[in-house]
Design a binder for this molecule. Sequence first.
Ligand code: CU
Length: 363
Amino acid sequence: MTTRRSMLGAALATTGAGLFTSAALAPLVLAAAREDDPATAPAAAPRVTPFSVPLPIPPVLAPESTKGGVDTYRMTLRPARVEILPGVRTEVLTYNGSFPGPTIRARSGRPVVVHHTNALDVPASVHLHGASVPQSSDGDPMDTFGPGRTRTYTYPNRQPHASLWYHDHAHHSEAEHVFRGLSGSYLLTDDLEQSLPLPSGAYDIPIALRDARFDDRGALVYVMDDVPGRTTLLANGRPQPYLKVAARKYRLRLLNSSNMRFFHLRLSDGAALTQIGSDGGLLPAPHTTDALWLSPGERVDLVVDFGRYPVGAQVVLENTVGPGTPGEVGQVMRFDVVRTAADPSSVPARLRTLPPLCLLYPS
Ligand SMILES: [Cu+2]
């Protein structure tokens, strides 16, 4: 996302306020889409009945070695045919055949090495978004590895916990490669985060939100800057899925992996969302809100307490901004409360202590 991230970076530098920046930039980015271009007119995609498929959870990648305190992984970038729309096989680009890619779970102070083999017919470059890495492992857009080549990336993880995002970064093809599936979560944890009683394990769920456009046979249609045409919303690679949940607290790690679409999210009953984290990890204290923006590339960690609902209740995660009609893009996914469960988790009033900014940038 070089161009857009540069723009976001510039805006952040001048405003310093993430939420305000997202809201302020949305009209600029959306206005850039060419609504009068017939090439961006919505395709006649097969209609999807909302909440007819379960939310998949991307597999957690197992290291091939943990020798010497280094977790070593192997991934292959390759095309795959996967079921996105119900009953239809769609050609996508993947890490290890998974759409979106497998999740890597890492720990601060413990390096990760990933050997990426390119089984595509185009050059690739892998960027770990939000990570502090050596320049040689940054996945520079011009620093690609071609078909048949293997490239090793080293991530020292000398930074605090955060929900990070890996994705393709190859010059001139990054947006299309990410659109076609080269995107995955990298969840970095540390002792501080682990010491907190937040929902964890099966109750800590990464959810990548994005838009997509399909033709009438269910093939992905990529047109640059085509926000108006991408009116099918995907969560973890499936359209408007449902997730069966227990009546207890869950940690939901949202990522917006769209090229350009902004989401403005709320629960259908207007219930409170407790934001505990952002791109840089946990907030100093939980932030309670009834709606939040999620800009492209942004991560937001939420705790939602489904314990306030009776078994049998259903609550929809809604999106209140276009492009697209509310019927197309208004409903992101649904949570179905199907059972009770013990809930030893809680959200502390203080999550972490951040150093004052003046210490990071001494005059
Ligand atoms: Cu990025």
